[in-house]
Each structure stands twice: as structure tokens, then as C-alpha cells.
Design a protein around this ligand. Structure first.
Ligand code: SAH
Length: 264
């Protein structure tokens, strides 16, 4: 692969290195260059070759460290040097990761590339907090949305009216910064203020934190606990199942013991 240059756009999963796919670990193990995001779980870069060039293309919420155009350019330049480049992105590269923009840029530059799907925090976040995003009798649909409803660089308008009623379960990524606006828009466009919601922060990592609250109270609780990004917001009746399962596990038994008891 490396003789002609190639870019592998790889999903790194939500944080826990054990949630990296086997394919992702294999790609990391042979890459010459790894261009990675900020939200890459600790330990994941241990899969890289010792002599690999690591480039942190992470972006902080307020200020971009490297502009997207520069990342695109970098991928093309490194590939044209004949390198095997892994573009390592948090979660799944095509879920709010701008992976598609990078793939389109590579395609237009004629650089060969592939996409390795990853475990997205949009689904793994709720699951790690024991919240099923669907349940046969409770929720039959789920919507994944961004919490950043304003983006001056494109004129795609956020349709709160449709989103508030879009599905039984709503999952918001990048939800912390605009939490007030998300919640007030959902409620003013018809979502039940008493419906349960949850914020799952640093899901699947040792720092994981979960808060449960009715939608109308989640902002107050999140702010009083100083919840900071990254976190996913889940809104829907299945959050109650997450609470119930969390209580079951909190009975002093380990998850393995609970699982055993249920299987036996
Ligand atoms: N492509 C990524 C999402 C990138 S957008 C994916 O599929 O997961 C970045 C947002 O993802 C963060 O603001 C946060 O909302 C969410 N996120 C990523 N990792 C997370 C984690 N471990 N716990 C909770 N939220 C996470």
C-alpha cells in the first residue's frame, strides 16, 4: 500500500481502547503517519508503530488548532509522498467527524482511500450508561443530531419543529455547550418536559459520568455538577430502563455477577 500512498480513514471508537475494531488496530500497526483527533482514547496510539509519525490534528471546542483545509491538504501531501496514512477519528469517522469532507477531498485529489467504520459514541455512549436507544415496546426509532445548531459555514437550517418529534429517542452529540438551547427548543417545540433524559460524559472511559433527570431539569443538574464536554445527551422513555439497570448494578454486585445471575 505504502509505495503509491494511501489514506485509511479509521474510526477509533468512543474511548475504551478495547472498543477499537481489529481492522483499526491492524491499520494503526502498519501506518507510516497517523493524523489523529483530540478525542482519541488513551492507549489507542500504543497500537502504532514505534517509528510512525504522529500528528495531532485535534481541535479544541473554541479554537481550531489546525484548520480543516490544512488537515485535508496534509492527508493529500503525505499520501503523495508515498506514505500509508491513517486518519484516526473519534467514534465513527462518518458521524459528525467531518470524515466525509476529508473523503471527498481525497477523492477529488485522486488519492486512494478507504473508510474503516468505528463504534460511535452516539450509540456506545447511551449503551455504556445502560440506556438502550431502542426497545421493542418503548422506543422504535432513534435520531442522532448535533448540539451545534448554528454553522455559519453552510446554510443548512436546523429544523427544531421536526427534530423535537422526529423519533422516540433523541441523541445529541456536542451537547454540553448549547445544552440550554437544545432543551428549551425541544420543549418549546413539543417534547414532553417531564420525559427522562441523561447526559453521558466520557463514556466507556474510567472517567465516565452519567446524570439522569427529566428534560426540564437536566440543564440545572448538569450545570450544578459542572459537566464539561465530551458528553452525549439522550432524551426518551428508554432512559428509565437505563436508570433501572443502573440501580440493579448498584446493588453491590459486579456487572459480571449481575450478568451471571440473569443468565443462570
Ligand atoms: N465521530 C464521533 C463524534 C464526533 S463529534 C463519534 O462517532 O462518536 C464529538 C462529540 O462526540 C463530542 O462532543 C461528544 O458529544 C461525543 N463524544 C465523543 N466521545 C465521547 C465519549 N467518550 N463520551 C461521550 N461523548 C462522546
Amino acid at each position: 500500500m505504502s509505495s503509491s500512498g494511501f489514506v485509511s480513514i479509521v474510526g477509533a471508537g468512543p474511548g475504551d481502547p478495547e472498543l477499537l475494531t481489529i481492522k483499526a488496530a491492524k491499520r494503526l500497526g502498519c501506518a507510516d503517519v497517523i493524523v489523529h483527533d483530540r478525542l482519541i482514547g488513551e492507549g489507542i496510539l500504543n497500537y502504532c508503530r514505534e517509528d510512525a509519525e504522529l500528528i495531532d490534528a485535534g481541535k479544541t471546542p473554541g479554537g481550531h488548532r489546525i484548520q480543516q483545509e490544512d488537515i485535508n491538504r496534509l492527508l493529500v501531501d503525505k499520501a503523495r509522498e508515498g506514505k500509508f496514512v491513517v486518519r484516526l477519528k473519534g467514534g465513527d469517522p462518518f458521524v459528525f467527524g467531518r470524515g466525509a469532507e476529508e473523503a471527498l477531498f481525497l477523492a477529488s485529489a485522486g488519492v486512494p482511500f478507504e473508510v474503516i467504520p468505528g463504534v460511535s459514541s452516539s450509540l456506545a455512549g447511551p449503551a455504556a450508561a445502560l440506556i438502550p436507544v431502542t426497545h421493542r415496546c418503548v422506543a422504535r426509532s432513534v435520531t442522532i443530531a448535533t448540539g451545534h445548531d448554528r454553522d455559519n459555514s453552510c446554510d443548512k437550517v436546523f429544523d427544531w419543529e421536526a427534530l423535537a418529534k422526529a423519533s422516540d429517542t433523541l441523541v445529541f452529540l456536542m451537547a454540553v455547550e448549547n445544552l440550554e438551547r437544545i432543551v428549551s427548543n425541544l420543549i418549546s417545540h413539543g417534547r414532553n418536559p417531564k420525559q427522562l433524559s441523561a447526559l453521558v460524559r466520557w463514556a466507556t472511559t474510567p472517567e465516565q459520568q452519567v446524570i439522569f433527570a427529566p428534560l426540564q431539569e437536566i440543564v440545572h443538574i448538569a450545570r450544578s455538577r459542572h459537566i464539561t464536554p465530551p458528553a452525549v445527551l439522550v432524551v426518551g422513555d428508554t432512559v428509565e430502563i437505563g436508570m433501572e439497570l443502573s440501580r440493579a448494578i448498584a446493588y453491590g454486585e459486579t456487572p459480571e455477577e449481575v450478568m451471571h445471575a440473569h443468565v443462570a
